[in-house]
Structure formats: C-alpha cells, structure tokens
Write a protein that binds this ligand. Structure first.
Ligand SMILES: [Mg+2]
Length: 307
C-alpha cells in the first residue's frame, strides 16, 4: 500500500545516532525461529516526536482563541469545558476553522503551490529537525528507530487528519536528514481523523467516533492486515505505544478482544510519559505490568526489545 521512496541522504546532525547504527547488527524478530513476527504500532505526536503544532480552544463567552500544546491536550482534554483550568473553553471540530485545523491538510490555492507552501505537518517536522535531537525525539523514538532499522512491520496510528501520503512524506523528511537509515516497513498508516479514512476504512460514516475509538478500530484492522500479509502464526507479537491515557485505555480494551480471538499471540501496550514508560501485557480479561522504565540510556535501550 505504501511506497518507499529512494531518498538522497544527508549526514545527520547527531553523529552519535549514526555510530550507534553502524555498530548495530540486524536483529531477528523475537519469535523468528517459530515463524512469528513482531509488529510495532506507534502513535506519533509526543510518542515518536515532539512537534509544535498547536491545538486551538475557544473561550465560551468571548470565543477568544487559546492554544494548547499536544502534551497539554493529552493531559487536559477530557475536562475541557467541564472542570480544571480550561472549564471555560470549548473544542470546535470544524476542519478548516476549528481546534484541529493545523492537524489537517489545507487545500492549497494555485499561489500556495507556486510558493511551495507546505502542509503544517511537513513544516513542523522541518522546524523540529532544526533543533537539537533531545528536544524533538520523544520517548518511543528509539523504539521507532529499532523497528525501522530491523524492518519490523510498522503502523503509524495518529489522531492527525492529514492524508496518509503527508504522514509518509513527513517521515521521509526524517529519513532524508539521516535520522533514520531508511523508511519504515509500513504495514499501515492511519491518520484516524482524516474524513476519508474515517468513512471508508474505520466505519464512522457520520464522523461521530472519538479519537480513542477510531484508534481502536485502526489497531484491529492493522492486526487483521498483518495476518493477511504475514500469515496467521500463533507466535506473532503486537505492541502499540501511545502517550494519551484515554487512548491507552481503549487500546488495551481492543487488545483484550484481539487476545480472545488470537489467544496464542502476544499483545502489549506501552504507555509513554515524558521521562518514563510502562509496558503492559494484555491478557484475555486482565493486564499485567511487565516493565517500568526511566529515561536513563540503559532503560531506553531496554525498551528496544519491547515486542
Ligand atoms: Mg500522542
């Protein structure tokens, strides 16, 4: 489904990553000897990379705009309009003028095309790449690098509503600046609030489902696609990382459903925080914590073999 482009590489600003890469052998999937594959599903914002794309909320009385970072959004969105610091604000779901307008592709006019105006996802990635690595690489970056380096089947499941190609172009920019050795071995890309993706793929014709519900559907479809492409093998392992607690909750629920359907396969959820993560194995009716880690380098590396 997803094309891999040939790209001319530049030398990354961070030589450490390059050296790390040269020394590293290609690792086989954990259950390779049994025919099983390890599938990696990633939320993008604040999980793989920190971008500065703002979310706009509106004052209930004056309609004045207030911008939130995606981190603030993850923390407070369940209470906006009801309680907490944003009780007096509301969220507007209009794609062109509302809260998430910067998370959608904008229709570009002829003039925009002449001046090569970019979609915000691409310009935000460019801006991030000009900064030091530590400021844009988010908690699952090393895991994303590992999955890409070892060509694990990878899905990007993001709340963004861009076209799939825009997400792919953004990641290609990261490849072209040398921060990844090549493009991921994509299994699927789900920008879950893209109207076409919602209507045609995620069975949400009236555009009513929440992001967490849409991500849940995207995970289920990605697992089914994995089995179509890589065979129905009991030794497959699936893991999804996300930093939003509500998403993690529903991802876990969906994985319980998948575990009941495919009891011999293994399912993991990795909830990431700014400086730590919690890895949980999802069983048919419950979960068990496998590992908690902190940002120290040794722990980041141990996150690599998560799945
Ligand atoms: Mg996120």
């Amino acid at each position: 489904m997803v094309k891999i482009r040939l790209s001319r590489k530049r030398v990354p600003k961070n030589q450490a990553q390059l050296e790390f890469n040269l020394e590293r052998p290609i690792e086989k999937d954990r259950n390779h000897h049994l025919g099983g594959r390890s599938f990696y599903f990633f939320d993008f914002d604040d999980n793989v990379a920190y971008l500065t794309t703002p979310i706009v909320i509106f004052n209930k009385e004056t309609a004045a705009e207030r911008t939130l970072s995606s981190g603030e959004w993850a923390r407070y969105h369940q209470n906006i309009g009801h309680s907490g610091p944003f009780a007096d604000y509301f969220v507007d779901y209009n794609d062109e003028t509302g809260s998430f307008r910067y998370f959608r592709d904008q229709k570009h006019s002829f003039i925009d095309k002449v001046v090569r105006r970019k979609q915000t996802f691409l310009s935000d990635i460019e801006k991030a790449l000009e900064q030091a690595d530590y400021s844009w690489k988010a908690p699952s970056w090393n895991c994303f690098y590992h999955a890409t380096y070892n060509k694990r089947p990878t899905s990007v499941i993001t709340a963004r509503g861009h076209h799939k190609e825009t997400i792919q172009e953004g990641i290609d920019l990261i490849v072209r600046t040398g921060h990844l050795p090549h493009n991921p071995n994509y299994l699927s890309i789900y920008p879950v609030t893209n109207p076409q993706v919602r209507i045609n793929e995620l069975k949400d014709p009236e555009l009513k489902h929440s992001v967490a519900d849409l991500k849940r559907a995207a995970i289920s479809q990605s697992v089914e696609k994995a089995l179509q492409l890589y065979g129905n093998n009991s030794h497959h392992r699936f893991g999804m990382s996300d930093d939003d607690p509500r998403n993690v909750e529903l991802i876990t629920e969906e994985m319980k459903v998948l575990k009941r359907k495919y009891p011999n396969m293994a399912f993991f959820v990795i909830q990431t925080f700014e400086d730590s993560y919690v890895k949980t194995e999802v069983l048919e009716t419950k979960t068990r914590t496998i590992k908690k880690g902190h940002k120290a380098l040794s722990e980041e590396i141990s996150q690599l073999s998560l799945i």
